[in-house]
Structure formats: C-alpha cells, structure tokens
Design a protein around this ligand. Structure first.
Ligand code: THG
Length: 367
C-alpha cells in the first residue's frame, strides 16, 4: 500500500469529507488537487455509472476566470475555435494552443457574459499562460482562479436526481448550455456537461461553505435512484473517446493530431496565438492522429507509460490509455498512430507492460 503525503500544496476540496465517508479507494492529483479514481473497483464503478447515477467531486476542474472589457478578445487569443457565435449561457469544448500550435489544455469554456468567462481547465497550469498573455498585451482584463468547485452528477438517472434537488426546470437545460438554479438561497451555474457519455450535469459551486450541504443533499435525494459517490471512470472514458490531457496528448501535439480538428476554425479564429502555425499544419494535414485501438484477449494492466505501437518491426505510434471493457469484451485503448497505419482494421502490435499483444485500429470509439 503506497500512501500519498498530504500538505498545503496538495489541495483538498469542499467535498473531500463526503468522498472519504463514501469509502474512496484511490486518489490521483489533478491541478494540484485531490481527484478520486476508484471507489469499489474501476469495473464496479463503471457498471454502476452506466446503470444509475453518481455524484463526482471534480473540484479539480479549476476555473481560470477572465473578466473585463477585453475578456472575449483574450479568450479568442487562446483558442483556434471561432467564438464569435458563442452566446452567454453556452459552454464550448475548446482546444488551447501555444504559438507553435501545441496543445496547452482542452477545457470546457463557460461564457457567463460578454465580459465574464470561466475556463474549466484540464490538468495543466493554464493560469500562468493566460496571465502572461493578458500582461504582455496590456489587455484590460482581470485573470484569476476563484474558488469554484464543479460537482458532476452523471449517469442515466442524473436528470431525475437533479430535478429532485433543483426542480423540474433543470430538465430544460440543453447539452453544453447552462442555467442558474437556487440551492439554499444561493444561485448556482448548472450545465449539461461532464466527463462521461452517460448524460448528466455539472454544478459550479462558488465558495466552499455549501460544499458538504450540496453533496449530502444529492446523496440523500438519490437514495431511491441508487445514487453513489463516483469519479471519472477510466473504462467509460476510453470507450467514449474522452481524451485526458497529459496522458493522451501534451504540448507536443496539435489539436488536429488529437482528432480535435472539428473544434478548430483556423481560417476564421482571428487573433488566436497559434493560428499561423495551425494554418500550416491544417494545410498539410497531420501525419499522426489519435485512434481507438482494440487489444483482444486477456485484460491488460494499467497503462502508466506509453506503450509502443509496432508494425513490421518498426514503431508506428504509442498507446496512452487502455482498460478492459466488460461491455465490449475486449481491451479498449487510445493511441497516437502514424498515417501509414491509421486506417481502420490495420493490425499492429502493442508493447504492453506484460509484453507484445496483437491489436487493431478501430473506425471509431465505442460509446
Ligand atoms: N467538465 C468541465 N471541465 C473539465 C472537464 C469536464 N475540465 C477538464 C476536462 N474535463 C477537460 N476535457 C474534456 C474532454 C472532453 C469533454 C469535456 C472536457 C467533452 N467532450 C464531448 C465529446 O468529445 O464528445 C463533447 C464535446 C462537444 O460536443 O462539444 O465533453 O468534463 N467543466
């Protein structure tokens, strides 16, 4: 049993008490904050997520808040996604790139108002990049990380649970939109988003004081719906093709390599800092790209380092995430594969922790 030493550099969350009372079995660190990875077992958590409803402490999805008259201008400088059509009340999944077109983060962005935005970040210290740009370009904005902690409610029964706590009105919130709903006299931003494809919501808790009241209310209201504490699930997210920044891609990769070309409008995202670099790579097209990969046979062990993907004795890519899928009866994986071998059906060899295993490139992800 390896333990993780707690200190002030490793932040707890407003819901940590609830997570621990629910019997968390393992944590990871994400944005310098605790993030649960397992409660009963990854597989049991997975089955329950796909059948019922779970409450997830995803406070580690920290917000970089941008306020001020030049907020919209600054957000557009960060991303190749064209934000001109985005209205207050909308959320966008949005690649953020550096001046070379390398991915710095892949957040969900929440547009509260023309002059107020939240960037709900994946695991990288994006705050410093955004502050640096705001300062370097002398923009009229304030950039900080307010204490806002998302709590996700995910699973097929998520809508029923949310309606029981926040009222029937939450059912009308559309995918990647948000509304404001009262909890104990405080308005909360509630979006239909989340890091699973089982459906659900994210509640943006502002401040810590209502953390445990909110957690307890959801757990109590969900009793008849078999609610449990949960967390982003490795198997479900691989089946769903949800990428993990730092695992599946880094600043070495462009959005096009990550299969996020559909979230790039490089031609019209005027002001985006990496735009010139991306125009070049978009014209040529990427030479490697994220693919769904199957590895048939016995369950593989966790992928805690890149596994080389081989063909004809040469490396043609790497697997970055893998797990046994009970529903599909095979190992499912996410990898980066060179264009010579990325066509669906291409047979490859994956050098797993236990040795080489035959695999194949898939047409698409599973969920
Ligand atoms: N919610 C919020 N913040 C987050 C995450 C989240 N920050 C960290 C991390 N997750 C960021 N990464 C992702 C990756 C995928 C999606 C959301 C955040 C996602 N993708 C869908 C897809 O790819 O099918 C939908 C994209 C779309 O259609 O716009 O949801 O989960 N607040």
């Amino acid at each position: 049993m390896i333990q993780i030493s707690l200190s002030r550099r490793l932040r707890r969350t407003p819901f940590s008490e609830g997570v621990e009372a629910a019997g968390v079995a393992a944590y990871t660190v994400y944005n310098h904050m605790l993030l649960a990875t397992v409660f009963r077992s990854v597989e049991e958590d997975y089955r329950h997520l796909k059948a019922a409803v779970q409450v997830w402490d995803v406070a580690c999805e920290r917000q970089v808040e941008i306020r001020g008259p030049e907020a919209a201008k600054l957000v557009q400088m960060l991303t190749p996604r064209d934000l001109r059509g985005m209205m207050p009340g909308q959320c966008y999944y949005m690649p953020i790139v550096d001046e070379t077109g390398g991915m710095l983060n892949d957040p969900v962005v929440v547009k509260l108002a023309e002059d107020r935005w939240w960037i709900s970040i994946a695991d990288s210290d994006l705050l410093y990049w955004v502050k640096g740009i705001a300062h370097g370009y002398r923009l009229d904005v304030l950039v900080d990380e307010p204490d806002i902690s998302p709590l996700a409610v995910q699973g097929p029964r998520a809508e029923d649970l949310m309606a029981a706590v926040f009222g029937e009105g939450v059912r009308a919130v559309r995918f990647f939109r948000f509304g404001r709903f009262a909890f104990q006299g405080r308005d909360m931003v509630i979006a239909r988003t989340g890091y699973s494809k089982q459906g659900g919501f994210e509640i943006y808790l502002e401040g810590a004081d209502l953390g445990m009241p909110l957690w307890n209310t959801l757990i109590e209201a969900g009793w008849a719906m078999d609610v449990r504490a949960g967390c982003p699930n490795l198997i479900e997210r691989i089946e769903s093709g949800l990428l993990s920044y730092g695992n599946d891609m880094t600043d070495e990769n462009t959005p096009h390599e990550c299969g996020l070309g559909r979230f790039c409008d490089t031609g019209t995202a005027i002001g985006c800092i990496g735009r010139d670099a991306l125009l070049r790579v978009a014209k040529e097209g990427p030479v490697q790209q994220i693919r769904a990969i199957v590895i048939p046979g016995d369950p593989v062990s966790p992928c805690d380092r890149h596994w080389p993907v081989m063909a004809q004795g040469r490396q043609v890519g790497r697997v970055s995430s893998a797990a046994w899928s009970p529903d599909f009866g095979t190992n499912v994986a996410i990898g980066m594969v060179r264009m010579t071998h990325w066509d669906p059906g291409t047979e490859i060899l994956v050098e797993t922790a236990e040795g080489p295993r035959p695999g194949a490139v898939q047409e698409r992800f599973w969920n």
